[in-house]
Design a protein around this ligand. Structure first.
Ligand code: SF4
Length: 311
């Protein structure tokens, strides 16, 4: 069976009510911030129609009703009541795709966000980052957030099935440096069909490359499995093991101190579908959070050393 047919066969689409909004404290470019995360309901990712990526569940959550204008108004209202320092705007696809979010609406929305908001991360594929960025009239620092996943084109095309090349990412990055504040990049740790040591080497190489490229914020996402994805399909058949926390700790401890802000917020950590703990998931997540907030590897380095001593 072709990969495309398999991806379509295993999907589990369901209806969801949007916008989904929540607030939490996290590390952003300028420090530890109160961030508002908003996911608006749109037609969803264009690439999903061509099968989508092997680990991504998001476009299968279909909006009960699509009303982007209303969703953005509701987000604005929450921004006004919460007064966060950062906004993360998602759409289960690309917010900069005109077919999902009319640029006129986005522009109007950003011109009205409260003064408290200093950073706005806009999730998008790289092909939608273009000269329109210059038209955004806002006091906040705008950063397109792009799932580069890896700097290796073969891994991105065949393990992740992302459908774009590194040169497409670099083009978007140059535009964002010119007309916005820069780019946030997501790096995927252990894409499907990769061994642990290969995944470590791939992410290590990527973290070095994005530093050279001048990315502002990097989020390392250990792959997790959601129903309806290839990652989940393989996991349930015993053909995949999620990445280990030790691999993540090693990777992060070697890369704090680069020019970018390095973050990692693993999903489903400690569950069978998420990153595998070394021993005590609560303690490991606590140390990870502390290291990320301060951009200081010591809490995780100490943990790695303690574990070696007791091994
Ligand atoms: S990861 Fe991004 S590009 Fe890939 S299917 Fe999901 S939303 Fe689309």
């Amino acid at each position: 069976m072709r990969m495309y047919d398999l991806l379509l066969r295993i999907r589990r689409e369901r209806l969801v009510r949007y916008p989904r909004i929540f607030v939490y404290r996290t590390r952003t470019y300028f420090g530890v911030s109160k961030a508002l995360v908003a996911i608006i309901g749109t037609e969803a990712c264009r690439w999903y129609r061509y099968g989508g990526c092997t680990m991504c569940p998001y476009p299968q959550y279909k909006p009960k009703e699509i009303n982007v204008e209303r969703d953005l108004k509701l987000v604005l209202r929450r921004l006004e009541s919460e007064r966060p320092q950062a906004l993360m705007l998602y759409s289960s696809g690309s917010v900069l795709d005109e077919r999902e979010v009319p640029f006129k609406l986005l522009k109007e929305f950003l011109s009205k966000i409260p003064e408290s908001v200093k950073e706005v991360f806009i999730e998008t594929r790289p092909e939608f980052v273009d000269d329109r960025l210059v038209e955004l009239d806002t006091h906040a620092h705008i950063m397109p957030a792009i799932g580069l996943e890896t700097s290796n084109d073969v891994v991105r095309l065949y393990h992740i099935r992302k459908g774009f090349l590194r040169k497409d990412f670099l083009k978007a990055l140059e535009i964002a440096k010119k007309y916005a504040f820069g780019v946030k990049a997501y790096v995927l740790l252990k894409p499907p069909m990769m061994l642990e040591f290969e995944a470590y080497e791939d992410a290590k190489r990527t973290l070095k490359d994005v530093d050279k490229d001048g990315v502002r914020v990097v989020s390392v996402n250990p792959v997790h499995a959601d129903p309806g994805t290839l990652q989940y399909y393989l996991l349930k058949r015993g053909l995949r093991k999620p990445p280990s926390m030790l691999t993540l700790f090693k990777l992060l401890s070697e890369n704090f101190g680069r020019r970018y802000v390095l973050i990692s917020e693993p999903l489903k950590a400690g569950k069978p579908e998420g990153i595998r703990p070394r021993k005590d998931i609560k303690e490991e997540l606590r140390r990870l959070k502390e290291a990320v907030r301060n951009q200081d590897p010591r809490p995780i380095e100490e943990y790695l050393a303690e574990k070696q001593d007791s091994a």
